[in-house]
Write a protein that binds this ligand. Sequence first.
Ligand SMILES: [Fe+2]
Length: 186
Amino acid sequence: MMNNFQYAFKLKFNVCDIINDKWQRPFIQDLFFVKNYDNVTDWQNIVNEKFLDLCNKKLPIYRIMVFNKPRVWCSTDAHIDPGVPFALNVIFNDSNAKMQWLQPISTIPKPVSYTTANTPYQNYHDGELNLMHEECLQDDVWIVRTDVPHRIKIGDTARTCVSLRFTTQVKDWDQAYNLFRELDWI
Ligand SMILES: [Fe+2]
């Protein structure tokens, strides 16, 4: 049984083991955006051939999301990704931003909303949550828990996160941890 208080695990990969050298890092653009990439042609631009091959064999990708936070941008809202217990995040240029995981004060579930890319999320405002855990995810590769409210708290640098989502039978964070142990990626 894993530690229930652990919300992120660093993987045995480095950023350069996963990301294509030629991919243009977007954090030089001082602009907030989230982009979804749902097809292999786009994935090939972002992720290198070796890692894409490994995923095809072990853990198929179904979506890559790119989050880009400009220097001065900060959000105090958090969200749950319903039905998505984990994400594999490759983080660039994150000198002091923190990922936080929070506990809803109320047990009443939040309604599900949809992003412009039609992905579901449940949004929480600052006063509806208590902080459970926070972690500095430096320029590295992590699996992070996404089925409890989470957010990125202000840093004064721009930050880019490439978030890989996979086709798996994994139902919860515990199973996600076990899968990555079996893969020997943690
Ligand atoms: Fe999320």
